[in-house]
Design a protein around this ligand. Sequence first.
Ligand code: ADP
Ligand code: MG
Length: 236
Amino acid sequence: MIITKDLCKVFRTEEVETSALHDVNLHIERGEFAAIMGPSGCGKSTLLNIIGLLDNPSNGNYIFNNTDVSKKSEKQRTHFRKGNIGFIFQSFNLIDELTVFENVELPLIYMGLTTSKRKAKVNEVLERMNISHRAKHYPQQLSGGQQQRVAIARAVVTSPKLILADEPTGNLDSSNGTEVMELLKELNQSGTTVVMVTHSVRDSEYADRVIHLFDGKVVSENKHKQIKRELIKEKL
Ligand code: ADP
Ligand code: MG
């Protein structure tokens, strides 16, 4: 689903040039749950934004679903993203002026669904995220954990094949964090590919694989499940 070849990203302003990613080579399969870890400023969000078609690489190639999308225009990227990719952020990024229902409905309006189809879809996903009792509330009236559940509902309402989560539990206490991780696990088990940036070792244990970034480079990849399987085999 995701292949990057010698992916580089350089940010240029008038005075400084920051090289955020150098020669990143990744291969993420459909159905995989991958975690990206590394110190602050090492390029995790930059990588996730390129994977999510929010930004272009400066050099190298990005192949998404067998299409080279490295040099697509912003308009083409938006078109590609629509309905295919759901984003979840640390700070929830809900729209304060809209109710929970309206926030989750927004991607369906962009997709051009009819009012009745939108209503059915939004209600179904709010139910699934266990937040339907707050449909008429505004984001500020909810706890952090509830807001993140709304953000997840908004990310999944179009049934995307890929969910990208940038430190999704970063602003949550541990019990709300666990709830969010369980929701991501459920989505992954129902076939959605998940790529998550995290600082939490505990959260990374939900992933099939941990990709470690340092200074814009991939320094190692550990396959939790593979390691676990090998350990079990040894014991048998
Ligand atoms: P992380 O998410 O791992 O903390 P980022 O991907 O946000 O790191 O940033 C990687 C590097 O790129 C940092 O040095 C950061 O300052 C720089 N950077 C990120 N976004 C921009 C931008 N829009 N303009 C200039 N520099 C940026
Ligand atoms: Mg970041």
